[in-house]
Structures are given as C-alpha cells and as structure tokens.
Design a protein around this ligand. Structure first.
Ligand SMILES: [Zn+2]
Length: 323
C-alpha cells in the first residue's frame, strides 16, 4: 500500500502579510494561513497520511540557492521592522524584489526559512525510502530566484530540496503544476542540466508576464533542460492532461531518481487568481498520472488562493496519487 507523509508546522500561522499593491492600490494579501489550514483539515478528516513536524537544519542550506547579498538583505530588512509594520520593497532600486505583492514584515525571514525547512525535511524523508512526501510550505517559493523575492515567495523551497538531493548524488527533475510560471525555479536551474518543466497560464496574459514562453529552453549546460508549456485561458482537463502526459514523457526520458512537484491549486476553476477551468474531480486524474509515473515524489505546496477549492482539490489529487 502506498503511504503519504505530510510535513506541516502550525508556526506558519505567524506569517500574516496584510496587503499587496495591485494596479497601484492596496488590496488584501491573498497569501492567507487558511490556504494551508483547510488543506490540512481535509487531509486529516479523510485520513490521507501521517503528519510530521519539520526537522531543524543549519541556515547554511539557504546559500545553496540564494546569494549571500540577498539573504543578508532579507534578514536585515526583516529585523529592522517594528511589530506589524509592513514594508513594500522598491521594485527598481536597492531592494531585491521584482513585484509589489510581496511585503516584508518583522518575522518574514524566519517564516520563509521555516517554509524552506519543511521542504528540506521532505527531501530528507524521501531519501529514507518514502514514496510520497507532501510539504505544506507557506510562504510559497517558486517565484523567488537566487537574488530576488516576488509573488509571495522569499526562498525557493523546491530548488532547495532539489539541491539537497543532488548533493547526495541523485538525479532530480522538477515539475511545476502551479497556475503561474515558475520564473524563480527556471532562473536558478537555467544553466544546469537538472530537468525543469512547467505547465502554466500563458505569459502574454498571466502573471509573472516576464517569462514562461516555449522558447525559454535553458542555456549552456542547461540547453534543452527547461521546458515551458504555456496554456490558454479556460484550459480544461482534456488539454491539461495532454500537456501533463507530454511533461511526464520528458521526465521518463530523463529518468530521474526523484521527482519534485511544485504543487499549486490555483489551476482550479474557483480560484481567484488563476484562469484555468479544472474542476475538483479532475485532480484525481492528475494525481493518478503522477503517482503512476513511479518516482519517489516530493510535493511542495505553492499557490492556491481559494482555501476550500484548494482543500477539495488536494484531497482528490492525493487520492489519485495513492491509487
Ligand atoms: Zn500560483
């Protein structure tokens, strides 16, 4: 019988970004604790897996992905703020952020590091012969590259867990199923032969707009190892599952020891940020296709901004994975 291990820390509740700037106006920030809490409750009620606390790691792991300048900047900025103060980095200037949706608060560094430790714990577990490990990371990570935060992301959790496994001598592929393009993950591995694939809303109309086109294939040693599959507004499961099949064929050719899935449920039709039309039941097929691919798989939580829709999608998804 296949088993799911789930890594979760209630300390993510302390990550409470209040606002973001959208089209010049302050709006409520979408990265709410409920995103993770609803998923957790749903998986507990349906006895979908065993919950574990994250382990501790030295902060030196941050440097496997991020530059020391960026890490120090985030740490110093967080430490300089008063309780409940919310700082919006300048996009063009000294600050190291590429958008206006990613505020920094006094505990941001600590919270982002906790999220990364959840991913590192997952990597450690998957090395110990687990089949499937689900990391309930929050804040998410896939928009952060080695020198910038953005898109609610500060540290790239998927990339950090990938480096952890690579350092142990294993081949890893990353498949990103969040609605938004994984610009941070793509940047980090653009010159590397670690296979990175993303299925996402087309950048001609979807955030982060700056990247996600088919022609972004990698450079130098990475040439051919970055694959983008941008899809149109309103994409339904038929088209989506064809794209996923294509991605899984590429992964099969690459033949990794481990698969890392950056998992976002903002592909759900009821998500306020995504524009795909995937329905709750569709996630069972998506999960089944990934489970049947047969790799020990680490699932890293990314987006998903309708807590109830995400929870229902997560339940179906993991039912499919464990089938
Ligand atoms: Zn997203």
């Amino acid at each position: 019988m296949k088993i799911l291990k789930i890594i979760y820390s209630h300390n993510h509740l302390n990550h409470q970004p209040g606002h973001e700037i959208d089209k010049g106006k302050f709006i409520e920030n979408y990265d709410k604790p409920e995103r993770i809490e609803r998923i957790r409750e749903k998986l507990i009620v349906h006895e979908m897996g065993d919950f574990l606390e994250p382990m501790d790691f030295p902060t030196s792991y941050l440097y496997t992905v991020h530059s020391s300048t960026y890490i120090e900047w985030l740490k110093n900025k967080s430490n300089s703020l008063k309780k409940n103060e919310e700082y919006f980095p300048e996009v063009f200037g000294y600050d190291r952020c590429f958008d206006t949706g990613t505020p920094i608060m006094r505990n941001t560094f600590e919270q982002a590091w906790l999220s990364a430790k959840i991913a590192l714990s997952g990597a450690k577990l998957i090395l110990e012969d687990e089949d499937f490990v689900y990391c309930l990371c929050r804040p998410p990570g896939h928009h952060a590259n080695s020198v910038y935060c953005g898109g609610y992301c500060y540290f790239n959790n998927a990339a950090m867990s990938a480096f952890y496994l690579v350092k142990e001598g294993f081949d890893v592929a990353i498949l990103d199923l969040d609605f938004h393009h994984f610009n941070g993950t793509q940047d980090i591995f653009y010159n590397s032969n670690l296979l990175t694939i993303s299925i996402h809303g087309h950048p001609k109309w979807a955030y982060p707009w700056i990247s996600g086109y088919e022609w972004e294939n990698g450079e130098e040693d990475g040439l051919g190892y970055n694959i983008n599959i941008p899809l149109e507004k309103g994409t339904e499961i038929d088209e989506y599952s064809r794209s996923l099949e294509l991605a899984l064929t590429e992964i099969e050719d690459y033949d990794p020891d481990f698969l890392i899935v950056s998992l976002g449920f903002d592909t759900h039709i009821d998500d306020p940020q995504g524009d795909f039309n995937l329905r709750t039941d569709d996630y069972e097929l998506i999960g089944k296709m990934i489970g049947e691919a047969g790799y020990p798989t680490l699932f890293i939580q990314e987006g998903g901004y309708n807590p109830e829709a995400s929870a229902n999608a997560a339940l179906k998804f993991f039912k499919g994975v464990l089938k």
